[in-house]
Write a new protein. Structure first.
Lengths: 147, 165, 402
């Protein structure tokens, strides 16, 4: 069983990292400047696969979650960081290539800018579509979709 | 052909060309193999599979829009897809028909709230037959084709009547 | 001539020697400078979104040097319909209907992932019978899903007959699933707290009959007709190799990961439903090529048939639904639940704020990650193999675009 203390030891070299055991599992919260370092350290420690990458609009900022997994020990780990709206999402594709498309998707649907990404184009929608997964973008009302 | 039995062997039939063409069109509606979403599994794959056997109605799939008569819009169309649907429709030769299969193609279906989804494919292309259901059963699609055949026959009759004056 | 269309003539696409027609002996036609002397250019070929073998609305943009793929890019989003956004405006018991339409060939597994996540939030214990029913329907659906893959993979190789045989088997399966759940494809059978209804009377015999025929007649038939076909084997063996390292780096799961030699199966490593009590094997490949992916999936169908028989034999008595309030309002929290769907790990990352609607609903589809790996492994293959490799990874556009 993965303990918070183990992850804290792995992230010793990364500044402003807080590790806690939550309902989700072990969650490490790092500052947005330290994400690449933290992920590189964790990958070297055996978390060889990025299973998922998602954004959550908390109402104050966009929280980006990296879901890591080590197949050797069967452990999952969640790394979270907070980005301001219209902030910059720094690509981690050099550490985890599987981040390529989820990053494009998250940046597009939450209105973030991608940096250091080899292909920072839109992925799912056409130009001019607002960041749809943000809470301030409403869905259609019944008046709009009934004809 | 059954006509043989009515008129006897080696007989000569007189018909208006419109009527003949429409007879042929009605019995060989080739559809475009173009599945967008879930409905494609039911409406294109299962309907042409061994149990429902679309071929016996003269309905067969074509991979190219240039050879197709009918477009079955089987699935949700979003803003990115809309352009492609329209372009495929424009590529099909006249006369051509469109079947909007399922709730998504008819009205936007379960995803109608999402701003990126087109509220029914009739905003992009003219639709001849709507098929309700999510997804409709293969039988419904076959029924839609029977309705389409009726529609074509009626059109032909109208034209012939108009020509007679 | 400043027209860009004529630039290729000015740029000397035709080799130097061609400009001065040489005197050739009568009857001989050849490029005097040799073929190497001809200058060629890369060709960009667009496949899709309407293409008979891209399995839905996938669009691959492939750059070719002759017949060899130099780079490949997947352009997706043609089926993006906002499952994640719409889910924020649905109640918890209706999440399954959206998951059905995500991975539309393996609906039960998607529903199960959403139900497991909701149950984690609610901290509900599911009655044993519901667990067994969930496993039973999941495995039935797994065979149905693999049969679609099998049929379309056959079509990709040019074996039209396979598709018809696969559809024949699938019809028999859909009859059973329809009798259990009431719908052929969008089952909406698994709900938070259990399953919506018990097995109808007399279905046991029908399932047993199907499994017997499937194991003894259909599956050997498929194996002999497609897998035993020499043309098929020479077309799939050795192409589309995904190494173990690549599979891990690109986040592959499910049969694609196992074909590359990583023995990871959610059913075994993070058991859910009745899988801890079932006896089954997890097939693992070695080379990670298209042929291994074929073998792994065929073996999975065999194991699924085994599990179905065990589920019917060992089905416990009791209620099929736990006590769950009509209007589900789980406490605030964040959970992740995963199931082994037919394509890999289908996960649901659910954030609740205590209201009746989810705050954030993330659908982790395994096909998205398989598609990313395709961009990496396609270069170096021939154009004709591109279709085969896409077919072998069994990508499903519904869960890629969501």
């Amino acid at each position: 069983m993965l303990r918070a203390a183990d992850v804290e030891r792995l992230l010793a070299g990364v500044d402003s990292a807080e590790v806690a055991e939550e309902r989700l599992g072990v969650v490490a919260r790092v500052g947005r400047a330290a994400v690449a370092d933290a992920l590189a350290a964790l990958r070297d420690a055996g978390f060889e696969s990025l299973v998922d990458l998602l954004g959550i609009d908390t109402g104050e900022h966009v929280e980006v979650t990296y879901h890591l997994r080590s197949y050797a020990s069967g452990q999952d780990l969640f790394v979270k960081t907070a980005l301001p709206y219209d902030g910059e999402l720094e690509s981690v594709w050099q550490v985890y290539p599987s981040a390529l498309m989820p990053e494009r998707e998250t940046a597009e649907l939450f209105g973030l800018r991608l940096s250091e990404h080899p292909n920072p184009k839109r992925l799912l929608t056409t130009d001019g579509v607002p960041p749809l997964l943000r809470k301030d973008v409403p869905v259609r009302t019944p008046e709009e979709f009934t004809r | 052909m059954a006509l043989d039995r009515l008129t006897g062997e080696n007989s000569i039939l007189f018909a208006r060309s419109e009527q003949l063409f429409d007879f042929a069109r009605r019995k060989s509606l080739w559809y475009l193999a173009f599945g967008i979403a879930c409905c494609a599994i039911e409406g294109l794959m299962h309907a042409s599979g061994p149990r429902f056997d679309f071929d016996r109605m003269g309905v067969f799939f074509r991979a190219s829009p240039r050879q197709a008569d009918v477009m079955i819009v089987a699935g949700t169309v979003n803003r990115k897809m809309a352009e492609t649907v329209r372009r495929l429709y424009d590529q099909m030769p006249e006369p051509k028909w469109v079947v909007a299969m399922g709730a998504c193609a008819s009205t936007g279906g379960p995803f109608r709230e999402y701003p990126n989804v087109v509220l029914g494919v009739d905003e992009i292309v003219p639709v001849d037959v709507y098929v309700p259901g999510c997804p409709p059963r293969p039988e419904s699609v076959q029924y839609a084709f029977i309705q389409l055949q009726k529609k074509i026959a009626e059109k032909a009759k109208e034209r012939v009547d108009a020509a007679r004056g | 001539m400043s027209d860009p269309r004529y630039e290729i003539y000015e740029a000397g696409l035709i080799g130097e020697g061609m400009h001065t027609p040489p005197v050739l002996p009568a009857g001989l036609r050849r490029a005097p400078g040799g073929v190497d002397g001809l200058r060629t250019e890369h060709l960009v070929v667009n496949m899709g979104p309407q293409h008979p073998s891209t399995h839905g609305v996938l669009r691959m943009i492939v750059e070719l040097d002759g017949e060899e793929v130099v780079t490949a890019e997947a352009s997706i989003g043609y089926l993006h319909r906002g499952i994640e956004k719409v889910a924020e405006h649905r109640r918890y018991d209706a999440l399954g209907t959206l998951m059905d339409r995500g991975d539309y060939v393996a609906g039960i597994m998607g529903e199960l992932a959403a139900a497991l996540a909701t149950e984690q939030l609610l901290e509900v214990e599911v009655p044993p019978k519901a667990n067994w029913l969930r496993s039973l329907t999941s495995e039935l659906n797994r065979i149905a899903s693999h049969l679609v893959w099998f049929g379309t993979f056959g079509l990709d190789t040019g074996a039209m007959g396979q598709f018809l045989y696969a559809m024949r088997d699938r019809e028999a399966l859909l009859d059973i699933l329809e009798a259990i759940s009431g719908q052929r494809m969008m089952f909406n059978y698994v709900r938070p707290g259990g399953v919506v209804r018990d097995l109808p009377p007399g279905i046991d015999a029908k399932i047993r009959e199907f499994v017997d025929t499937f194991e003894n007649v259909y599956l050997p038939e498929h194996d002999a007709l497609l897998g035993g076909n020499e043309i098929f084997q020479s077309r799939v063996k050795g192409i589309g190799v995904i190494t173990r390292e690549q599979a891990l780096a690109f986040g592959l799961t499910g049969p694609n990961l196992r074909a590359s030699g990583v023995k990871y199966d959610v059913r075994v490593d993070r058991p859910y439903a009745a899988y801890p009590e079932l006896d089954f094997e997890v097939p693992v490949g070695e080379a990670g090529d298209a042929w291994d992916r074929y073998l792994v999936r065929m073996e999975e169908m065999r194991q699924a048939a085994r599990m179905i028989r065990q589920c019917i034999d060992g089905m416990p008595e009791g209620p099929h639904m736990a006590k769950v309030p009509k209007l589900i309002k789980p406490p605030a929290g964040e959970v992740y639940a995963a199931v082994e769907s037919a394509r890999g790990e289908t996960g649901v990352h659910l954030v609740s704020d205590g209201s009746e609607h989810p705050y954030r609903f993330r659908y982790r589809g395994p096909s998205l990650f398989a598609l990313q790996a395709l961009e990496e492994i396609l270069p170096g293959h021939l154009l004709a193999d591109v279709v085969m490799i896409i077919g072998s990874t069994d990508v499903m556009m519904g869960e890629i675009d969501r």
